[in-house]
Design a protein around this ligand. Structure first.
Ligand code: ZN
Length: 80
């Protein structure tokens, strides 16, 4: 499914402290449709690979658990 690159990009920007309601909404919108990203493991792996490639510090556990919570929330949505 397309759009995963963008979704990872939005999350990547969160790390820079640019977490905005709009970006959060975009990620949620993508997660709602994407069977790949809803698999938290692959989304996280993709994000970590991207961070490593950019030579950045790895995302904090705190950040990752926020991300996991967001994904779990989407998984739990009725009718999703
Ligand atoms: Zn996706």
């Amino acid at each position: 499914m397309s759009g995963c690159e963008n979704a990872v990009e939005y999350v990547y920007q969160y790390i820079d402290g640019e977490l905005t309601m709009t970006r959060r909404a975009r990620v949620r919108w993508h997660l709602r449709r994407c069977g790949n990203c809803i698999d938290a493991y692959s989304f996280e792996t993709e994000l970590k690979a991207r961070v490593a490639k950019a030579g950045r510090e790895a995302p904090s556990e705190e950040f990752l658990s926020t991300l996991r919570a967001l994904i779990e929330e989407e998984k739990a949505r009725p009718g999703a």
